[in-house]
Design a protein around this ligand. Structure first.
Ligand code: MG
Ligand code: MG
Length: 271
């Protein structure tokens, strides 16, 4: 059953979403050459504990993973794009890092992700990240009453095609609310005008992700980390969005200075 949330429920999800956006921005700030992925994981754990929030990832045990997930963020580096397991790894100059986090506060979930380059960015990596961000923006724009899920999928697929990337249809967006994953799968490409009709109160996570060279994936022996099959770099961008009478409302808005892409450059300019 697909639950449509009341405006008060959406306010609660917004509170969770603001926390997720804030912590992701902190992780992006901390991510620098030489910083270990485990330090980022531990920062997120500390923040979640202080806030009295619950991680949606801890103990998450879907059929595809090998045993329950024992981390609170997914950290995926370079060719890894989804469900990256935080592990002992010191970030190197030019690494493309994707951070993905979902938590619950007072029974309401929010889920968000974005990619940054640590240190010196390669042009093609910035372009890939930009494509996921532009695809997400285009998808959010059409997340309004009267449109259909297919419009969201088509918006993402359209941007990917413009940039010349192919889309994997297996992993995409999803319903979200009282749990991280609710009914509705939102493929990252599709036909406009098709599928579930969007009504006020629908809350979904929209998450375009792309690999530079392929839409095929491989999974690490750990059963979690998903990588591009050709080893090419990947990027991912996700927001939790509510359909309201007035149109889309992004619930996981990032703090202003959190700019995906070349984080070092962006933060230097901002100082
Ligand atoms: Mg996520
Ligand atoms: Mg998600």
């Amino acid at each position: 059953m697909i639950e449509h949330k009341s405006p008060a429920d959406i306010e609660c999800m917004y509170i969770t979403g603001q926390f997720v956006g804030q912590v992701l921005a902190e992780l992006a700030d901390l991510a620098a050459v030489g910083v270990n992925l485990l330090d980022l994981e531990h920062h997120a754990r500390r923040r979640i504990k202080e806030r009295g929030a619950q991680s949606c990832y801890w103990d998450y045990a879907p059929s595809f993973g090998r045993g329950p997930f024992r981390n609170v963020v997914c950290l995926s580096v370079n060719d890894a794009v989804l469900h990256g397991l935080p592990h002992r790894y010191a970030l190197r100059d030019g690494d493309l890092l994707t951070m993905d986090m979902a938590v619950m506060i007072d029974g309401w979930a929010a889920d968000s992700a974005y990619s940054v380059v640590v240190g010196t960015p390669a042009e093609e990596d910035l372009r890939l990240i930009e494509a996921t961000e532009v695809a997400l923006e285009a998808a959010i724009k059409v997340t309004r009453p009267g449109n259909r899920l297919g419009d969201i999928s088509a918006a993402i697929g359209g941007v990917a095609a413009e940039y010349g990337y192919s889309v994997n249809l297996e992993f995409g967006g999803h319903g979200i609310g009282r749990t991280m994953h609710e009914e509705l799968h939102i493929p990252n490409d599709g036909r406009p005008g098709r599928g579930w009709k969007l009504r006020p109160g629908l809350t979904i996570a929209i998450e375009p992700w792309l690999a530079a060279g392929t839409n095929n994936i491989v999974v690490d022996p750990d059963g979690w980390t998903i990588r591009s099959a050709d080893g090419s770099r990947t990027a991912h961008s996700e927001h939790t969005v509510a359909v309201t009478e007035d149109g889309p409302r992004v619930l996981t808005q990032r703090p202003e200075k959190a700019v995906p892409g070349a984080k070092q450059e962006a933060s230097r300019k901002g100082r």
